[in-house]
Design a protein around this ligand. Structure first.
Ligand SMILES: Cc1cc2nc3c(=O)[nH]c(=O)nc-3n(C[C@H](O)[C@H](O)[C@H](O)COP(=O)(O)OP(=O)(O)OC[C@H]3O[C@@H](n4cnc5c(N)ncnc54)[C@H](O)[C@@H]3O)c2cc1C
Length: 399
């Protein structure tokens, strides 16, 4: 029996596992193993909504993998032995013929003093739950606080990082805190939300016109947007900025960047500066052709721009399918396909009934969405993901 091992049951890993199992259906000599440290698949693109308990974002893996010939293993992979082709999980060694690394990304604190100790991350369901509990506590304790300046300091929320997850969370937070103050009879203007971005504009990877629309909508929601400003230090209740100003707040949510776990580097594989595995045009590691990487953990190059594709769910899904097909091709001596990313669109949600983005149309055309239509589109994208999981796994999947 030969093992094909996939680490990570996120967008990329789960897609690869389901596709491989289907391709290898008639070849019982091969076994697909899927490993994750959680027993559920997280719809990470909706984590900002989970942080205000608006959406359910976890799907139990047993529902997706039911009746599929995939061996799921719960645990955290601690080591990859490239030479002996094994992964170490729960103190056991699992040998592999092919390995797909799909471990996603983690928060990057960029060594900013105090940031790791005194901020909330938004990278996992656990992080989202912690944020929700914290906001609930802040609202409840502020309701009985008689001193106005203490109350205002308590209710000042700062989001560090105005990329996709930062702006999406800011939009949700504005809606959530307005409900929160109404429930606790707190004055609306006691709450302040500040979004800080180091670049000159929000969501810098999108076109400039989208950045300015996003900024305008967030300002309309009462959010203070500060761009071209860096957080240089964090203490328990203060945030020190690059223009020498200081913001008093105990509530800092850090969405300023991502990095990849050291697992890949520790295995001796070639990685980029943020730790993504360097892969060739087939998504195979340049250091070892038995190892593939997909999604956030892969430094996959767009052959048109010659730049690494951004960390996004749509690319993780496409790469998951391709890695599965290329492994199948390699086993049976067929021609492997080169990676070519398809940019299907970009949609940024900014709270209730509001999203901004675009969708690709045939002949290189685009359609732009702002407002409620955009919001419907964002919901449709999430539903499409569930629909495709149902289709690939042939199981009726619910949260
Ligand atoms: C708040 C937020 C909003 C976002 N919004 C969007 C959006 O609108 N559109 C978009 O395209 N992208 C968005 N993204 C980015 C998107 O979620 C990621 O690009 C996508 O999840 C990457 O998929 P992946 O398969 O590489 O990794 P993930 O989906 O992160 O999955 C990685 C899996 O690996 C597991 N794992 C990690 N290490 C180990 C280990 N050592 N052992 C075992 N298991 C392990 C994890 O538990 C996880 O299940 C958003 C991200 C955030 C945080």
């Amino acid at each position: 029996m030969k093992n094909i091992v996939i680490i990570g049951a996120g967008y990329g890993g789960l897609t690869a596992a389901l596709r491989l199992e289907r391709l290898l259906k008639k070849h019982s000599f091969f076994k697909v193993h899927l490993i994750d440290k959680n027993p559920f698949h997280t719809i990470k693109t909706q984590l900002h909504e989970a942080a205000v308990r608006k959406t359910e974002v976890s799907i139990p893996l047993y529902k997706i993998l039911k009746n599929r010939n995939i061996q799921f293993q719960l645990g955290e992979v601690e080591n990859i032995d490239v030479e002996n082709k094994t992964v170490q999980i729960n103190d056991k060694l699992l040998p592999f013929l092919f390995l797909i690394i799909a471990i996603g990304s983690k928060v990057n604190y960029y060594n900013i003093p105090g940031m790791a100790e005194h901020s909330f991350a938004l990278q996992s369901l656990h992080d989202a739950d912690k944020i929700y509990e914290h906001i609930s506590n802040v609202c409840a304790t502020s309701a009985s606080e008689k001193d106005e300046s203490i109350r205002k300091n308590n209710l000042r929320f700062v989001i560090g990082g105005g990329g996709l997850s930062g702006v999406e969370f800011a939009g949700e937070l504005a809606d959530h805190t307005s409900k929160c103050v109404a429930n606790f009879n707190i004055a609306n203007n006691d709450v302040e939300i500040i979004l800080i971005e180091a670049a000159k504009r929000l969501v810098p990877f999108m076109e400039e016109s989208f950045s300015s629309r996003i900024e305008k909508k967030l300002i309309e929601k009462g959010i203070k947007v500060l761009t071209d400003l860096k957080i240089e230090q964090r203490t328990d209740d203060e945030i020190f900025l690059s223009n020498n100003s200081v913001i008093k707040s105990k509530n800092l949510i850090w969405t300023g960047g991502i990095r990849i776990s050291d697992l890949i580097k520790r295995g001796g594989l070639k990685t980029s500066t943020v730790g993504r595995l360097i892969v060739d045009e087939y998504l195979q590691s340049e250091s070892n052709k038995h190892i593939y990487a997909i999604g956030d953990s892969a430094n996959a190059i767009n052959p048109v721009t010659r730049k690494p594709v951004p960390a996004a769910a749509q690319f993780a899904l496409q790469q998951g399918r391709l890695a599965a097909e290329n492994i199948y091709a390699e086993i049976f001596g067929r021609v492997k396909k080169k990676y070519y990313p398809k940019v299907l669109g970009e949609v940024v949600s900014l709270g209730k009934h509001l999203a901004i983005g675009w969708l690709a149309l045939p002949f290189l055309k685009k359609i732009t969405f702002v407002g409620f239509l955009g919001r419907l589109l964002k919901t449709a994208i999430r539903e499409k993901h569930i629909f495709l999981l149902r289709k690939e796994s042939r199981n009726w999947i619910t949260y």
